[in-house]
Each structure stands twice: as structure tokens, then as C-alpha cells.
Design a protein around this ligand. Structure first.
Ligand code: 13P
Length: 248
């Protein structure tokens, strides 16, 4: 399935801090078994300790895997950090950068997120750079200004770098709340992101939507011109639901 401008659809799962070896094994087996039936590219972003498990379960399938964060640093005295090169050793394709839970709970700045995206690229990973406004931002009419501010240091990395990224718009008020942005609300922001990408010469970058995406609401979101797929949290923990989203 492709969008109007022929960008391939991408559906990524973000397990967040969920899972254990036994539950993961069952979920990974179901993802692997269904792999051939999916209409689009599928990937999952799992907690660091489970990367080896994901690699061993998914190697040889078309389902890709990655991490939920990456250090901005190449190596050194950074206790608790995980470098892009380490992720690459475990076969990662993706590294999320700037998920709102990291921005809000761990104080990641827009500049720090851009540095993480750059480090991921340098290690041969595809960064999935997340942006999104809070409810207060939206109610104050600041949505597009916030997205523009968050993207600024990322876009400053230049067309060549940005062309190798994926972006994700995840309104904070729609994450884990069951309250999805309407397709029109999402499209308004995706359209603005696309315009910024086009101005940079990187219009082909996939822009995913995230925030309470489920099989029941995904098709109306995917029908929007500038929505190229989804970044799925809770629903990615249920194989059947996740695969139904990917099958749209
Ligand atoms: P939910 O799908 O659980 O709302 O999470 C969205 C998200 O944050 C994905 O990164």
C-alpha cells in the first residue's frame, strides 16, 4: 500500500516498558507467522534487554526491530546509555528519538533529540523522530508553533540527513488516552510537516501518526494524504490488533 505520492506505508509498534521473555516469545511468534500476509512494512521497537530475543525470533522475516531510544554519544562514560553501534550489533533497523515520554519525563530538549537522530544515522540506523503538542499547547492554539520548534534542530541537519529519517506526529493528549486525533486534526499537522519537508527537499520522508491507533480508527487516518503509517503503542502488544492495522 502506498500513499498518494508513493510513500510506502510503515507500521511500527512501540512496546514501551512492557513485556517479559514468555509474553514476548508468544507475540513474536505470531508476528513472524503473519509476516507474509501484511500489506506494508512492519517493525517493532522493544525494550533494550529484549533486542536479542527480537533478533533471534525475527531474523529472516520481513518484520524489522529497533530500540526506543539511542544515545547521542558514540561511546564513553555515559552510564545507562546505549549507543547506536550497540543497537546495530543487535540487528536494529530503527531507533525512536524524542518520544514525548522521554521529552516530558526525562527532560529531552529539541536539540538533544536532534543529536540522537544524528547519532542514529551515523550508526546506520533509521531514526524515528517523534514530535507532538500537549493538550495545553493545543488549547492555546500553539500546536503548529510547537511542532515547528521541535522540528527546527532536526531539519537543520539538512536534506541529506532528514531524507534518511522517519518522522512521527504523536499528540501527547492522544497517547494512551483512547482519545485519537481526528483524521482532519492529524492531517492538518501532517500537512504542515510535509510542507516543511518539501521546503527542505525531503518530501518523501514518511510521517507516521501515533496516539491511540487501533484497527478501528487506522483506516480513516491512513486515508489522509500526508499520513504514511502509524506508530502504535498499546495495540502493538496484541498481535491480532497490530496485524489488523498493518493489513489495512
Ligand atoms: P498508544 O498507541 O498506546 O496511545 O501509544 C502511542 C505511542 O506513544 C506510540 O509511540
Amino acid at each position: 500500500m502506498t500513499s498518494v505520492e508513493n510513500r510506502a506505508r510503515l507500521v511500527l509498534g512501540n512496546w514501551k516498558m512492557h513485556g517479559n521473555l514468555a509474553e514476548n516469545a508468544a507475540l513474536l511468534t505470531e508476528l513472524r507467522a503473519a509476516d507474509a500476509a501484511s500489506h506494508c512494512e512492519i517493525g517493532i521497537c522493544v525494550p533494550f534487554p529484549y533486542l536479542a530475543q527480537a533478533a533471534s525470533a525475527l531474523t529472516g522475516s520481513s518484520v524489522s526491530w529497533g530500540a526506543q531510544d539511542v544515545s547521542a554519544h558514540e561511546k564513553g562514560a555515559y552510564t545507562g546509555e546505549v549507543s547506536g553501534a550497540m543497537l546495530k550489533e543487535f540487528g536494529c533497523r530503527w531507533a525512536l528519538a524524542g518520544h514525548s515520554e522521554r521529552r516530558v519525563l526525562h527532560g529531552e530538549t529539541d536539540e538533544a533529540v536532534a543529536a540522537k537522530a544524528q547519532a542514529a544515522l551515523a550508526a546506520g540506523l533509521t531514526p524515528v523522530v517523534c514530535v507532538g503538542e500537549s493538550l495545553a499547547d493545543r488549547e492555546a492554539g500553539n500546536t503548529l508553533a510547537v511542532i515547528e520548534r521541535q522540528l527546527k534542530p532536526v531539519l537543520a541537519l539538512g536534506a541529506d540527513a532528514v531524507s534518511r529519517m522517519v518522522l512521527a506526529y504523536e499528540p501527547v493528549w492522544a497517547i494512551g488516552t483512547g482519545r485519537t486525533a481526528s483524521p482532519e486534526q492529524a492531517q492538518e499537522v501532517h500537512g504542515a510537516i510535509r510542507a516543511a519537508l518539501r521546503a527542505l527537499g525531503a518530501a518523501q520522508v514518511q510521517v507516521l501518526y501515533g496516539g491511540s491507533v487501533k484497527a478501528a480508527n487506522a483506516s480513516s487516518l491512513f486515508a489522509m494524504t500526508d499520513i504514511d503509517g502509524a506508530l502504535v503503542g498499546g495495540a502493538s502488544l496484541v498481535a491480532d490488533e497490530f496485524l489488523r492495522i498493518a493489513a489495512i
